[in-house]
Write a protein that binds this ligand. Structure first.
Ligand SMILES: Nc1ncnc2c1ncn2[C@@H]1O[C@H](COP(=O)(O)OP(=O)(O)O)[C@@H](O)[C@H]1O
Ligand SMILES: O=C(CO)[C@@H](O)[C@H](O)COP(=O)(O)O
Length: 548
């Protein structure tokens, strides 16, 4: 009798949408992808989403993936969720969200982040304890914002979760996170035992036996929790790194997804950590292939054995115990698409910003910025002339976004002890992933401004594929990075380097340097005052789902 195919589901619940992949657990063959959009609301620095919508998007995307894979539901053996990092999900006693989640790109928490950074001994102490200095994105700053602006609601909170924890809990009924996503909270330190005293630890072991008493390699930092007035009992247990089996589907989740209750659920992780797994990064190899991800956020990261202590970077953990230092910008593909819409152009209708004799520069910091740390900044356009072609303005928006990400990359390399300009470092190919990596103008702009070769993996949806490998690892015990290496998901076309466009780089760097004092000041009235402003829908991009 032929053996039945074992299919695993990897879910990427990111800012703009949920993507679910159905993957053959043995061969890594991508059988189908399901997608469903998210709604992000807010103005004046606010960015919120309803976690209930993430759940219904997950259900829609998973059902679509299983249907289009053409496999019986009984073939599905495992599932894992990777989610947008840092978001603050607050639960009531009924384990349902008390309010919309505060997202990673909500900058209202900038004043709370600055106040926290000055405590505990200052930035150096935060770096030592958690790997990162608080910025507006970090969950601890969002929790402080909630306590200051909605104190009664904060007091009613019975559970604090990250986006992927919340979805894993919806699948299993178990409150659990992983060291990778926990490392983005700024209340999780590394190197000690973890999970102790956290709500759900015992339940986790009792109901599944899955964790087998293993502890994570890190721990919630009691002094920081005390500083932000957060009871550790409100937090999920921290699973050990790698592919941890948390449990199986609850009857309600199994019914919603149309899958058997026996489907194994892995602990999952943050979206950048899952992308690293999808690319086969971990263990060693490390800085040979730094990664640039072009999505709502622009991120640069690399798997490393040592954690660089740098206030301009986040010292995150990867899922396998290595480090994943990361730089993150708030304005990448969505900001550029906004410029295309403003200009009435298609996103591929761009020409370089240096044309027309004007030398247009755009700093597309529509959402404020995180790297560089300019949370109150707004977008800036300079160098316009009568003859300026709108296509140059769009090209300059790409350049401004790509410059900001690549500047963070140079910072990352330098923090890891490498000279970004040294020929042997410049020759190391960048791996380019995320929705933007599918766009010709994005690829060419990154190539031109970096002067580095690029590898664009043939596989799309690297985050969801990384999650699928975590699921497969939880089912079979295999190492997820070894699985994706065997699946070959990190490989793809190599685009050779072109000469770096120093002129454009220097022009943008000059404008950023001159404008920084102005960009540092508060340009959005409500920022820091807690006002949510008019809650308008800012991102529902079904079109980008369709063309992506
Ligand atoms: N073919 C394409 N060319 C250029 N950009 C694209 C293409 N397809 C999708 N995108 C961009 O990818 C973005 C979504 O990427 P994704 O990595 O899924 O984002 P996120 O993870 O933040 O939700 C959209 O903002 C869109 O601009
Ligand atoms: O905040 C970070 C990383 O620190 C972001 O990378 C979020 O994790 C959101 O990712 P995308 O939705 O843009 O993929």
């Amino acid at each position: 009798m032929p053996t039945r195919r074992s299919v695993v589901i990897g879910v990427d619940s990111s800012t703009q949408s949920t993507k679910a992949v159905a993957v053959d657990a043995d061969t890594g063959e991508l059988l189908a992808v399901g997608r469903a959009p998210h709604t992000v609301t807010g103005s004046a620095g606010a960015r919120e989403s309803d976690p209930e919508e993430w759940w219904s998007a997950l259900v829609t995307a998973v059902r679509a993936a299983v249907r289009d894979a053409g496999v019986p539901a009984g073939a599905v053996t495992g599932i894992a969720v990777a989610g947008q990092q840092h978001g603050l999900v607050t639960l009531g006693a009924d384990r349902r969200p008390l309010r919309p989640a505060l997202l990673w790109n909500d900058t209202r928490s900038a004043p709370q982040a600055a106040a926290l950074a000055a405590r505990l001994g200052g930035p150096a102490a935060w770096l030592e304890r958690t790997g990162s200095v608080p910025v507006a994105s970090m969950t601890a700053a969002k929790w402080q914002w909630l306590r200051e602006h909605e104190p009664r609601r904060a007091e009613a909170v019975a559970g604090v979760r990250l986006p992927h924890d919340h979805l894993t809990e919806r699948l299993t009924g178990i409150a659990v996170t992983d060291p990778g996503d926990a490392s983005g909270t700024c209340w999780y330190g590394r190197g000690a035992r973890g999970g102790e005293g956290a709500a759900g630890t015992e339940g986790l072991r009792d109901s599944t036996g899955g964790l087998d008493g293993k502890e994570s390699a890190g721990a919630y930092d009691p002094e920081i929790l005390d500083l932000v007035g957060l009871d550790p009992a409100l937090l999920p247990a921290v699973a050990p790194g790698g592919a941890t089996r948390v449990g199986t589907l609850t009857p309600a989740a199994a019914e919603a997804l149309g899958l058997p209750r026996t489907v194994v659920v892995a602990a999952g992780t943050g979206d950048n950590m899952a992308a690293a797994v999808g690319l086969g990064l971990g263990g060693a190899g490390l800085l040979d292939h730094p990664v640039v991800s072009l999505g709502t956020s622009g991120t640069v990261f690399a798997a490393t054995r040592a954690r660089p202590a740098d206030p301009g970077l986040a010292g995150f953990a990867a899922t396998d115990g290595t480090h994943l230092p990361l730089g993150c910008t708030l304005n990448c593909t969505l900001a550029v698409d906004r410029f295309a819409t403003l200009l009435g152009l298609d996103r591929e209708d761009a020409s370089p910003g240096g044309g027309d004799g004007g030398g247009v520069v755009v700093l597309p910091y529509l959402d404020g910025e995180r790297t560089p740390d300019l949370p109150h900044a707004a977008g800036l356009v300079t160098g316009l002339r009568h003859g300026t072609d709108p296509r140059s303005v769009l090209g300059a928006a790409y350049e401004g976004a790509a410059f900001t990400v690549l500047r963070a990359l140079d910072h990352l390399l330098a923090a890891c002890g490498l000279d970004p300009a040294a020929p042997d470092v410049r020759d190391r190919p960048l791996r380019l992933i995320g929705g933007g990596a599918r766009g010709r103008t994005w690829t060419e702009t990154v190539r031109r401004l970096s002067g580095r070769p690029l590898v664009v993996p043939a596989a799309e949806e690297l985050v969801a594929l990384g999650a699928a490998a975590l699921a497969a690892g939880a089912v079979t015990g295999a190492d997820p990075v070894a699985l994706t290496t065997a699946w070959g998901t990190g490989t793809g076309e190599i685009l050779p380097a072109v000469g770096r466009d120093e002129e454009t780089w220097n022009r943008i760097a000059g404008v950023l340097s001159a404008a920084t004092p102005a960009l540092l000041s508060t340009t959005v009235e409500e920022v820091g005052q807690g006002g949510r402003g008019e809650a308008d829908v800012v991102e529902v991009d079904a079109a980008s789902l369709a063309d992506g």
